[in-house]
Design a protein around this ligand. Sequence first.
Ligand code: NAD
Length: 245
Amino acid sequence: MEDIKRVAEIIKERGNVVAFTGAGISVESGIPTFRGAQGLWERYDPDEYAHISSFLRNPEKVWMMLREMAQVIFQAKPSPAHEALSELEKMGYLRAVITQNVDGLHHLAGNKNVIEYHGNHRWLVCPSCREKTPFTQDVLGIYPYPRCERCERALKPDVVFFGENIPFDAMIRANEEAKSCKVMIIIGTSGVVYPAAEIPYISKSQGAVIVEMNIERTPFTNSITDYFFPGSASTYLPQIVRLLS
Ligand code: NAD
């Protein structure tokens, strides 16, 4: 409790908070991490299902996995941790959320400045002409997969597959936010997916206080983290909001 009070004081004094989130923040929303026991990678080999070359070679096969993932995402609701981040933005403390998640839950919770480093599964994009359309429930009924109305190619969710680049705009904005924030809160990420995992190190090198919330220790914990909270972000973030209210 003492540490959480101290972090609330630091946020009050410094402001300029950026949250860096990963799959862990959405577990309580009903979306398992990919790597865990119930994760997608237990049943689908990422090399076969999550690489852009696999998608281009055999979209029908990859769409079997994408349909399953979309159903999980469509049912998910923001967790208390998502809601608390939205509250911190409204209170003027949180400047941005940089997320590796593709579930769109930060937007649903009400955050306005969200940088989606790996894209958003609620949109579809044509790999050829780059035309984007919303990924709605109806799309799940289109077999074997939805096609671009302009060029007939198989549409894919607007997320970064292995072998694809990080969207340029997201990368530039994330680096700027990371450089200028005064407090970074790292939430529910294993810190092993690069280049995303570089972001907290940028903040630390510019003097930001690093706060981390995770049920396990990560490569950040012993290297750059100043305050580590072992457990769910849905326990700690609402406490911070209450202390700042
Ligand atoms: P990861 O699966 O590598 O790590 C998840 C981390 O969350 C782990 O360190 C775990 O200990 C922690 N965690 C689990 N439950 C938690 C909880 N209740 N509170 C706090 N922490 C908790 O995830 P990653 O680091 O985000 O990297 C995986 C990649 O997979 C990401 O780039 C992301 O695009 C993608 N992914 C996205 C979603 C999503 O959009 N919800 C889900 C799974 C994977």
